[in-house]
Design a protein around this ligand. Structure first.
Ligand code: C2E
Ligand code: CA
Ligand code: CA
Ligand code: CA
Length: 279
């Protein structure tokens, strides 16, 4: 009787916890998905606009929940951050992406730059640069072909540890991209002091550019500014030939978006590469 009561109480507590915090259940499932290797990586092409050549990829995490189906990264990344899982998730994504790109290089001779998203929480862990170095060592993937993508919000938050980590990563040969540029509030003011090599202009920016002359002028200025500061520019969210043409006209160097390819598994990426020119 006591055992039955305890079991009943346990179930009730679980139900109540689930109702109070829907995050909790998803976090438990995500933890088990990570343990079973069910969080996978897709790779989205990044092209050099003048030639159309794929020069790199961005690694994007994908999770298909056994009952709910695909969970958007914007949902499960937040869950991972709130429940202490982001370190494990980031490491799995990095390891998978490096392993896959090393295999692609072995099989086809193509060496693509790898962009990986790094959350502020990961970067605030002082052990991050060493763990990154260990994964590169394990997979044989060169640091010079890795670009960590960080968002402005991370750098706006007064996080000296995170900024120090970026300097350490750079000393290891890894480059830094400022992600979602144009959506934050202090974008311009910190561009001269932050250790940034690449500017990734947010897709919301491109989306409005074709319909607004003023937005197009702003984008042109951002491209010029980045280049004056010695940074590469990647335009995100390139969906149409019109976007592509506009960006090339502005002298923007790189683009990423559905026009060139969705995030996809390695096998599909390899097939896509086989049909594209190699410069
Ligand atoms: P993000 O870093 O800005 O990644 C680009 C997002 O734009 C991706 O969304 C991608 O699928 C989407 N995208 C690409 N091309 C186009 C396009 O032409 N049009 C439109 N409308 N969207 C496009 P996704 O895969 O849903 O990822 C959402 C966010 O989740 C990412 O935004 C990133 O912040 C985060 N994320 C994904 N994987 C990871 C990861 O492994 N670690 C961390 N820390 N964050 C991740
Ligand atoms: Ca990104
Ligand atoms: Ca982005
Ligand atoms: Ca984003």
């Amino acid at each position: 009787l006591y055992a039955a009561k305890a079991a009943g109480r346990g179930r009730c507590e679980l139900d109540c916890a689930g109702a109070e915090d829907p995050d909790q259940e998803l976090a438990r499932d995500l933890a088990s998905a990570l343990a079973f290797g069910e969080v996978v990586v897709h790779l989205q092409p990044i092209v050099e606009l003048c030639s159309g050549t794929v020069v790199g990829v961005e690694a994007l995490a994908r999770w298909t929940h056994s009952r709910r189906g695909p969970v958007p990264p914007d949902v499960f990344i937040g869950v991972a951050e709130r429940h202490g899982l982001i370190g494990a998730l980031g490491e799995q994504v990095l390891l998978a992406a490096c392993t896959q790109l090393a295999a692609l290089h072995r099989d086809t001779g193509r060496r693509l730059r790898l962009g990986v998203n790094v959350s502020g929480l990961e970067l605030s862990d002082p052990g991050y640069p060493a763990r990154m170095a260990a994964v590169l060592e394990e997979t044989g993937w060169p640091a010079g072909e890795v670009i960590v993508e960080v968002t402005e919000s991370l750098l706006e938050a007064d996080s000296a540890v995170a900024v120090a980590a970026l300097h350490t990563l750079r000393a290891q040969g890894i480059r830094v991209a400022l992600d979602d540029f144009g959506t934050g509030y202090s974008s311009f003011s910190r561009l001269d002091t932050l250790p940034v090599d690449v500017l990734k202009v947010d897709s919301s920016f491109i989306a409005t550019t074709t319909s607004s002359v003023r937005r197009a002028q702003m984008l042109r200025s951002i491209v010029g500014l980045a280049q004056a500061l010695g940074m590469d520019v990647v335009a995100e969210g390139v969906e149409t030939a019109e976007h592509d043409e506009l960006l090339r006209g502005m002298g923007c160097t790189f683009g990423q978006g559905w026009l060139y390819g969705r995030p996809m598994p390695l096998a599909q990426l390899a097939a896509t590469l086989a049909t594209r020119p190699l410069v």
